[in-house]
Design a protein around this ligand. Structure first.
Ligand code: UDP
Length: 374
């Protein structure tokens, strides 16, 4: 049986695999280049306000996968939480995702659901049969005016390219509703962990077979001879020392502010105009409505292209990237001792629940195969 395992990266992929394998008797070294566990889900209390801050941007747990929902709750108390995002467009505040309230506000109407449905059909671009990209998907389903007001400039700011260059799948993440439901997500299970996300990682990694080493970067010179298998959750292009070129990612950065009381009255407000350079402002005390804090901290989020020293966030998956990715994947497949897992190593736009689900599958398959081969 393969016994000694190296896991690179202490985000959900690495932590879930470590948890699963440790309970089967594998010995695990888990390394991460950062000074903390949790990857981009890391949370900590802000020293100035005591608010629980999502250091790398807001994370609202939501899933339709009951198994993942049950799994995560073994490691935390999830408090039901509904994310109700607002958008500021042309100096007015609207409800998101696009719902009956947004449509009625935007067109100054009082449509019923049926009337709105009929109306939207008349403004959608019927010449588009099979949307080939983000822009066509939007024009087909919501028409030019709503697209321009809420998506065109925001998407250009967030992704740094024309929405027509992006896949339609990015927009398909968001529902359009013909009722007043303003829940940002359509998934049945939604919550925020009472004690933040870092506490989940502490519990996932709390096993005598797991040895965590922080501030430890993995690169080609890292010796893996002593390990029977390696699970790698860093960027796939970095693993191969960028020999086929860099994959493109967007990164985000934040400007922090502190205020008394309540700064914006909501957890997230998106700024959808191009006259504003940032994409959104998040005020984290609203993610924990069960806590009370006199002061508040908020973060203005900007997006930019990832440079060598930046944290990669959003895989852009432009056609040129997919060509390069294929080359890396062909190389990766030849390395039987390595498994590439998670958002960065598979270069996909994944939510937390997708990552956890795949990590559970990968761990179980590995346990099964090593038993067979034992
Ligand atoms: N989007 C937009 N305006 C908004 C919110 C989202 O144009 O007010 C676009 C943007 O391109 C984004 C995509 O819709 O990447 C999906 O939105 P989601 O909130 O899922 O994006 P995330 O912040 O999770 O990347």
């Amino acid at each position: 049986m393969a016994k000694k395992i190296l896991i690179v990266g202490a985000g959900f992929s690495g932590a879930v695999i470590a948890q699963q394998l440790s309970e089967q008797g594998y010995e695990i070294d888990l390394i991460d280049e950062r000074s903390h566990i949790g990857g981009n889900c890391y949370t900590e209390r802000d020293a100035e306000t005591d608010v629980m801050v999502h250091k790398y941007g807001p994370h609202i747990f939501n899933t339709d996968n009951k198994e993942v929902w049950d799994y995560i709750q073994k490691y935390c108390e999830m408090i039901p939480y509904v994310n109700r995002v607002k958008a500021k467009s042309n100096d007015k505040i609207y409800s998101l995702p696009i719902n009956l309230h947004t449509i009625n506000q935007f067109y100054d109407k009082a449509f019923t659901p049926e009337e709105a449905r009929e109306f939207i059909k008349t403004i959608g671009d019927r010449s588009i049969v099979q949307p080939k990209n983000f822009e066509e998907q939007a024009l087909k389903f919501i028409g030019k005016d709503l697209y321009k007001a809420f998506f065109y400039s925001y998407t250009k700011k967030q992704w740094g390219c024309e929405p027509s260059e992006l896949p339609a799948s990015i927009l398909k993440r968001l529902p359009i509703r013909f009722n007043y439901d303003d829940n940002y997500y359509a998934n049945p299970y939604q919550g925020i962990p009472r004690d933040g996300y870092t506490a989940i990682f502490d519990k996932l990694l709390e096993h005598e077979n797991i040895n965590v080493q922080l501030n430890t970067k993995y690169d080609a010179s890292y010796s893996t001879n002593e390990y029977d298998h390696v699970f790698y959750s860093g960027p796939i292009d970095a693993f191969f020392e960028y020999k086929f070129g860099r994959l493109s990612y967007r990164t985000v950065y934040f400007e922090k502010g502190v205020a008394e009381g309540d700064y914006q009255g909501n957890a997230v407000i998106n700024y959808t105009d191009d006259s504003v350079p940032f994409t959104r402002v998040h005020e984290h005390k609203h993610f924990t409505p069960w806590e009370s804090h006199k002061k508040t901290t908020y973060f203005t989020e900007y997006s930019k292209e990832t440079e060598p020293d930046d944290v990669p966030y959003y895989p852009k998956r432009l056609p040129k990237d997919l060509n390069v990715l294929e080359k890396y994947q062909n190389e990766a497949e030849k390395l039987k001792k390595y498994t590439f897992v998670g958002r960065l190593a598979t270069y996909r736009y994944m939510d937390m629940h997708h990552v956890i689900n795949e990590a559970l599958d990968v761990a179980r398959a590995f346990i099964q195969s090593t038993k067979i081969n034992a």
